[in-house]
Design a protein around this ligand. Sequence first.
Ligand SMILES: [Zn+2]
Length: 316
Amino acid sequence: MNKTGYLHDERYQQHETGNYHPEVPTRLVRIYQGIEAAGLLPKLIPLSASPADLKWIELVHDRPYIERFEKACQAGENRFDSPDNQMCSRTYEIALLAVGGILDAADRVMDGTLDNAFCAVRPPGHHAETNKAMGFCYFNNVAVAARYLQKQYRISRVGIIDFDVHHGNGTQHIFEGDSTVYYYSIHEHPSFAYPGTGREFENGKDFGFGFTKNSPVLPGQGDKEYMDLVQKDLVPAFREFNPEVILVSAGFDAHKDDEMSDINLSTDGFSWIMKTIMEMARHSAKGRIISVLEGGYCLRRLPELAASHVEILLNG
Ligand SMILES: [Zn+2]
């Protein structure tokens, strides 16, 4: 069995998004309940969070953006930059805790006290741009973690796999000119799906050309198409890139019962993807995976999805 960390900190529930918002604190409660009910809690190493130092956030986000976000929270504003970025006066502080918890998990994976980790954080991160909050995201958690691994541990090749049903526009833009971070995303993509980026021909720019790959999936598609695309696009690309650590943007909103998308992935489909990622990590990254929660809004399905995700991190 692997040494798997589980970042669960109740303060992540203090980021409030108001009524009628799908990104609710209860998501984390449901995830915890699912992991507990599956009998997995005693097998996991509990992780809690401390706020990230701003110097790490600044590896990705502009200083003026960070200050603007902090001031908006202090001023009691209830939305920031985008209409769907609803927040409360504590959101800035909680967003720092999300990054801090992930960086701590990264430390433990790098020093070998953990083989891998699942970080159940809020707010999510992959839509956040260097200077703009978008799509429920404020700080790009996974992007900061990638830069942190490079700075702190001299990792020269970080692989990011994003299976949230939405394209991680922020993560792609942050690394598209960079050959040291490979960004792979599989997501729903007709032209009207949020955020609209992530087309097949977006392959990176300049020095980063060839280090971004997108697998768009049409509405109505599911397990079979995901399996085909992961085998065709992701597996060979990562075999060649040979990442030293794999970060996962783990969004569960491609599930067929999740109302945020028209993709019909089953719980078994998610398990297949995660097992494939585990195999890739064993092959090139000494098994090192830091999985970070992004979306996933079906409160009825989140418990089983999280339990299966964590069970695979534990047992492969
Ligand atoms: Zn999503």
